[in-house]
Every structure is written in C-alpha cells, then in structure tokens.
Ligand binder design. Structure first.
Ligand code: SAH
Length: 254
C-alpha cells in the first residue's frame, strides 16, 4: 500500500458540518492522528488505529504521521475547523520541508473544513460581508511585536478582524493588550463578537460594544471578532440578540 497523509478539517463541532469528503477521508484511514479531543470527535471505524496526543508539539505529531505513511499507512491527521487555518496542515508541510527527503514522495492531501471564523459569523449575521482579516493572537510561534504591528495595520486598514487563540492560561494578558490597541482607533460603540464553542452544545455568543468588553469574557474556545467602522447592529425585540452585519456597499458606486 502506498502511504497517504490526509490532513482533515472536522469543522467547528456539529458533525453535520463535516464535509462528505472529509468524512470519506476519515472512514478510509488506517490511522487517525490528532489532539485528543479532536480524535474523540471523529467517528470510530473498525480496525482503525487512533493516536491521540496533547496539543503542544504539532511538529512531532506531523513527523509521526509522515513516518506511519512511509510504512504504507493511510493516515488522517485531524484538526478542528479548517486544517489550513492555524492548524496541522502547515505543520505537516513544515515537517516535510525540513525532514526526511523520502517524505516528499508521499501523497499529501488537505480536506478543508469550516473554520471557526465562518461558523461564528454565520451565527450572528454577516459581519464578514466587507473586507476582513484573520490573525492568531498566540505568541507561542511568533513574537508579540509582530502581532501588535499586524493588528495595528489591520485596524488602520479598517478590516473586520477575527482573532483566533485570543487567550489561555499560559497567555493571560495578550487579549487585554489587543483590546487597548483596538480602543486607540475604533469607536467605543464598535461591535465586538465573542463567540465561544460555536456549533457545540456549550456554545455561547455575546455581542458587546468595545467599551464594555473585557478579556476575561473570552477563553481558549472563543473566537473574537472586532467590527470595522462600517459594521452595524440591527436591533431586535427585547430578549433577542441583534443581527450584526458589515454592508458591502459603501454608498458610492465606483
Ligand atoms: N483550525 C481551527 C483553528 C485552530 S486555532 C479552525 O479553522 O477553526 C484554535 C482557535 O480557534 C481557538 O483558540 C478559537 O479561537 C478558535 N476556535 C476553534 N473552534 C472554535 C469554535 N467552535 N468556536 C469558537 N472558536 C473556535
């Protein structure tokens, strides 16, 4: 059997949001490799070996998967959301670029999934209707100075900004620092979306003005979206969350 590595996106949580192609890749794999909670989320197939690991050393997990594939395994490496968005696909290619030359002849495929940003946007309306960008706020793999410079540039360009990895026990201050930077350029009533565990049973979504938002309202299962100057709320009757959207039309035909 020729070895194969497929890096599969599981989507945000609800199994109905797993694509049929991703589902087929999981079903036909001889080995599943991934962070424990993601492996637990994948449906079980008879005869399939499951290799759970902790979430820290993505490159080791990638090398492990590539090694299995050189021995002929069909390996599915799984990620939440989309595997190309701050997840395992880049780790696998980084391992290939710097690792055993025989890994380059393996068949490596990526099966996309619905990323947290798109799932969260769909829950609240259409906040990504205009131009937007996505950033990871984690300074585990890149310096904080880079993150800060990029955030300032995104705010200056008036993008809607989605922040992945906003906070964790090991990174407690970065989100607060980011909100301070946001407050330098955006109005106090700018809508901020805090979308936690989107499309999972413990989902919680809050929409707050920038002036009321606090870093402690987010955790590592939260994606934070910062509205652009054009992002608006459509208020609804008492007790119902507003819709949030960013119009595509700027009021001037080009
Ligand atoms: N590959 C994933 C992102 C991995 S980075 C994707 O495409 O969604 C991990 C971060 O993603 C978390 O810290 C959180 O910010 C975000 N995230 C992942 N799943 C989420 C969900 N269901 N709801 C809200 N945020 C989520």
């Amino acid at each position: 059997m020729t070895g194969l590595v497929t890096i599969v996106g599981l989507g945000p949580g609800d199994p109905r949001l797993l694509t049929p192609a991703a589902s087929e890749a999981l079903a036909s794999a001889t080995d599943l490799v991934g962070y424990g909670p993601y492996v637990d989320r994948a449906p079980e197939w008879p005869g399939q070996r499951r290799h759970s690991s902790d979430n820290r050393v993505e490159l080791d997990r990638a090398r492990f998967a590539l090694d299995l594939a050189t021995k002929g395994a069909h390996v599915a490496v799984i990620s939440g959301g989309d595997p190309g968005v701050f997840a395992m696909a880049a780790a696998v290619f980084e391992a290939v670029e710097n690792g055993d030359p025989s890994w380059r002849s393996l068949d490596i495929r990526v099966e996309p999934g619905i990323t947290a940003m798109l799932a969260a946007a769909a829950r609240v309306g259409a906040p990504l209707g205009g131009d937007f960008c996505a950033m990871s706020l984690s300074d585990n793999l890149k310096p904080w100075e880079t993150i800060e410079a990029r955030l300032r540039a995104a705010l200056t360009a008036d993008f809607v900004v989605a922040l992945y990895n906003p906070i964790s026990s090991a990174r407690p201050w970065q989100l607060g620092a980011a909100f301070k930077i946001v407050a330098e350029t955006r109005e106090p009533d700018t809508p901020i979306i805090l979308a936690r565990a989107v499309m999972r049973p413990d989902e919680r979504i809050r929409i707050l003005p920038l002036s009321e938002v606090e870093a402690s309202m987010a955790d590592m299962s939260t994606i934070v979206m910062i509205g652009a100057s054009t992002t608006r709320l459509i208020e609804r009757p008492e007790g119902q969350a507003p819709y949030v959207y960013t119009p595509r039309y700027y009021g001037v035909r080009p």
